[in-house]
Design a protein around this ligand. Sequence first.
Ligand code: ADP
Ligand code: ADP
Ligand code: ZN
Length: 214
Amino acid sequence: MKIIMLGAPGAGKGTQAKQIADKYTIPHISTGDIFRANIKNGTELGRKAKQYMDQGLLVPDELTCDLVMDRIGQADCANGFVLDGFPRTIPQAEALTNALEKIGQTMDYAIDVDVPDANIVERMSGRRACLNCGATYHIVSIPTKVEGICDRCGSEVVLREDDAPETVQKRLAVYHEQTQPLIDYYQKQGILKSVDGTQPMEKVFADIVAILEA
Ligand code: ADP
Ligand code: ADP
Ligand code: ZN
C-alpha cells in the first residue's frame, strides 16, 4: 500500500501517518523528520535545509527529490510506505510519478487531511515535538503523560522554531500557493481521498482506515 498524506502544515498528517505505518507495518517517511535529523546531526544537507525551514519556505526540490527516491527504493519499502510531507510541489509530484513509472508502479492513495486555516495557528502553537524520535503531541488535545517529556522515548518535547505564529502564517501561504495544487493533480490521477481533519484524532484515523479497506 503506497500512500501520500496531503494537507496544510498542522493538519495532522504526521499524527495519522504514524498510525497508518503502525497498523499496516509499512515505513513512515517524513521529509520534515529527515531534514530535522540532518540539522541535529550537523550535516551539509541539514545546514542548507535549515536556511529555508527557518523562514517557513520550502527546501528546494533539488535537495528533496533524490533523497525521497533513494528512500522508497530501499528494501523495507517493497510492500508500500506512507509519505508525509512529500510531495509538496508539482515538480516533486512529477518526479515521484516518473520514478514509480520506471518500475511499473503507481501510488495507491493520496489522502487529504482537510483542516481550515482558522484552526491551524492554534494547533501549531500547541504542538510539541520530540526531536529525538519524531513523536508529536498537543498541549491540549494530545498531551504527553508527563509534562514536557516524550511518552515514547523520554526526551524533552519542544515547540519547534518554525511553529512560531509568524512562521506558521508564512508556511500556510506557501502551502496554498505551492502544495494545494497537488489536490487537483491527484484528483486527476483518480487516487484522491479526503477526510475531515477537524475531528478528534481517533475519528480521523477511523475514516482513513475505512478508505484503505473499502
Ligand atoms: P509540518 O509537519 O508542519 O507540515 P514538516 O515537518 O513536514 O512540517 O516540514 C517542516 C519544513 O521542512 C517545511 O516547512 C519545509 O521547510 C521543509 N520540508 C519538509 N518537506 C518538504 C518537501 N517535500 N519539500 C520542501 N520542503 C520540505
Ligand atoms: P502535520 O504533520 O500535518 O504538520 P501534526 O500531525 O504534527 O500535523 O499535528 C499538528 C498538531 O495538531 C500536533 O500538535 C498534533 O498533536 C495535533 N493534532 C493532530 N491531529 C489532531 C486532531 N485530530 N485534533 C486535534 N489536534 C490534533
Ligand atoms: Zn521521543
